[in-house]
Design a protein around this ligand. Sequence first.
Ligand SMILES: Cc1cc2nc3c(=O)[nH]c(=O)nc-3n(C[C@H](O)[C@H](O)[C@H](O)COP(=O)(O)OP(=O)(O)OC[C@H]3O[C@@H](n4cnc5c(N)ncnc54)[C@H](O)[C@@H]3O)c2cc1C
Length: 387
Amino acid sequence: MGHPAPGEPLDHLPDAEFRQVVRDWVEAHYPPHLRNPRQRLHFRENKPWYMALSAQGWLAPGWPREWGGMGLSAGKQLIMIEEFERHGCARVNDLGVIMLGPLLIAHGTEEQKRFFLPRILSGEHIWAQGYSEPNAGSDLAALRMTAELDGDEWVLNGQKTWTTLGNDANWIFLLVRTDKTVKKQAGISFLLAPMDAPGITVRPILNIDMHDEFCEVFFDNVRVAKDNLVGGLNQGWTMAKTVLGFERIAIGSPKLSSYALDKLWLLARRLDLLGDEAFQEVAARLAMELADLKALYETFVVRIKKGEMPGADASMLKLVQSELFQRITEVMMEVAGEEAGMLEPLSGNAALHPAGLFIQARPGTIYGGSSEILRTVLAKNVLELQG
Ligand SMILES: Cc1cc2nc3c(=O)[nH]c(=O)nc-3n(C[C@H](O)[C@H](O)[C@H](O)COP(=O)(O)OP(=O)(O)OC[C@H]3O[C@@H](n4cnc5c(N)ncnc54)[C@H](O)[C@@H]3O)c2cc1C
């Protein structure tokens, strides 16, 4: 079977055929040296993959076709994720695709959509997320970075932190304070800023793996166009909740747990544990939890496809996924025994790297809302328990 033409509609294919098409294409086009990376890759590293997806029209499976997406059904998106994971494909710099794009499609002006969406798809604009500040993480509404209107421009002052791959980005979407006199959630706006604007300083932070995965970003009288406001003045909290909803669905995707469980099986085979009853019991339980997560994920993707905005219950997905991913990698560390302490992959096999996956799984219960915060959201807004 030949590869599909760029942009060719694929949603009508039967699932098995679609899976084969994706598998063949990924095997033919994924840069072999980027398989199973042990860390998040920088754009300078994963750009060939980003551009291959872009050229094929496969960068935004969930976006509608009118905006250059694939317009795929939920089930097909899952198949695509599974095939990418099976092949060990790296995550690209996808904040424009998974967070900003859907927000602009829902709340952007026509001009904003026409200007920004094609540039996300072409790889011209790489986005970072500027929400957190040194004293505004879980309590995000406490953010202090200000934007004041001066003629036709906003003047930005303040600091963002934990900005993932901020050193790769040439644009950043920001939450900023535009009114200090009202309740804290009511005085926040959502702004877009080019990272090369004078007055922006980016300082990388090393993570526990000595990787410059995050940055601090400082804004000193940075001027951005008035039209870069998304969703109206002081509507930033509503915008933030929408993006967080998308983020919780994206982070809630079963792909990380599914990938980790595959690696657990590989590891067990290598350590000759497949016949061990204690291992079988633990692994079977994890496999069942993963099946639950996949079913849950699919219900959310279906709702989004119907045009529903993700609500507070999307927190459940992110909570289940991030904790399951951690549990699987904890079991990997346990069964790997003395080899668990190795920072390098076992026998040089990039697919067998318990400590690497364990480290990757740790932050999932912090970003996009920590587990404690998500449990509170669920208790209050879904179960309607009184605090
Ligand atoms: C890998 C990674 C990538 C990130 N990328 C980005 C990014 O690109 N852009 C961005 O803006 N931010 C990013 N963040 C920041 C992330 O959003 C924050 O770390 C997160 O919101 C938690 O905030 P904090 O770190 O200030 O911790 P804190 O809010 O200080 O929380 C510390 C601890 O206290 C607990 N806690 C806090 N408040 C409560 C409460 N009310 N009830 C119960 N427990 C509570 C938390 O659960 C946590 O365990 C990233 C973080 C990580 C780890």
